[in-house]
Design a protein around this ligand. Structure first.
Ligand SMILES: Nc1ncnc2c1ncn2[C@@H]1O[C@H](COP(=O)(O)OP(=O)(O)OP(=O)(O)O)[C@@H](O)[C@H]1O
Ligand SMILES: [Mg+2]
Length: 233
């Protein structure tokens, strides 16, 4: 069975890459041959005329894969904009076929592909073709990373509803404390409200922490076990 999944967020900067790299490391220690993919990365730094995709580099480092960059990261753009907009400015033509073909090649070689979007699921890749459409065509279930605090009920339920309308399966939600905030009452009650209203499981709550501490290892180990069992049952 295909164990791959797509990581999205309710917004940009919610911790998709942080969670993806944590999960990749944990899955590797469980013996899973996991390969990351970032179909399009914008906001790339330029170094000696080359575009540097920071997210993709973190994902490669966590996984240790040695795949051609154009396969795991078919599109790189400089402008920190939605891929459709950045591509137009930079004269790049994004074709879904390149992404679908790259995914197919990678999934033949690896046990599991973890693909990270750019921003949320309603972000356009080109013209009116959204990440949502790509996820549907890749036929991947969705892991949603959400903020824990006030406002997340609306963002999370909108993401869940938009995905389900397209027939995308939702693996679950992870609430990630991307910022160090004081505990507020909303953070305590939001996961339960979203799980109840959206009828999707909460797979984990990740505190604000550094990647290298033991606590992080334990949490990602637990979350990755839950994901693996839901992908093999
Ligand atoms: N639980 C956490 N504890 C500490 N730092 C975190 C945590 N989650 C995320 N961060 C940090 O917050 C920043 C944003 O996270 P990240 O880059 O993973 O977000 P993203 O959703 O992938 O963003 P983008 O939309 O740009 O791809 C990063 O510097 C990351 O290391
Ligand atoms: Mg990212």
């Amino acid at each position: 069975m295909n164990k791959s999944f797509f990581i999205t967020g309710t917004d940009t900067g919610v911790g998709k890459t942080f969670v993806a790299t944590g999960l990749i490391r944990a899955l590797k220690t469980k013996g899973v041959d996991v390969c990351p993919m970032k179909p399009a990365e914008t906001g790339c730094r330029v170094n000696k005329g080359r575009l540097i995709p920071e997210d993709m580099i973190k994902l490669i480092k966590a996984s240790g894969v040695d795949e051609p960059i154009d396969l795991i990261n078919p599109y790189r753009m400089r402008n920190p904009l939605a891929p459709s907009v950045a591509a137009e400015i930079e004269g790049i033509i994004i074709k879904k076929k390149s992404i679908l073909d790259a995914y197919k090649k990678l999934s033949k070689k690896h046990d599991m592909i973890i693909a990270e979007g750019a921003g949320g699921i309603m972000v356009p890749l080109y013209k009116r073709y959204l990440f949502l459409d790509l996820i549907r065509e890749l036929d991947l279930p969705l892991l949603i990373i959400a903020r824990p605090g006030l406002g997340t009920i609306n963002h999370s339920l909108l993401t869940i509803e938009a995905a389900q309308k397209k027939g995308i399966k939702i693996l679950g939600l992870i609430f990630n404390h991307v910022e160090k905030t004081k505990a507020d009452p909303a953070q305590k009650t939001n996961p339960e409200v979203i799980a109840f209203t959206g009828k999707v499981p909460v797979i984990g709550i990740i505190p604000h922490m550094s990647h290298n501490n033991k606590k992080a290892e334990k949490i990602f180990n637990e979350i990755s076990s839950k994901i693996l069992s839901s992908r093999t049952n």
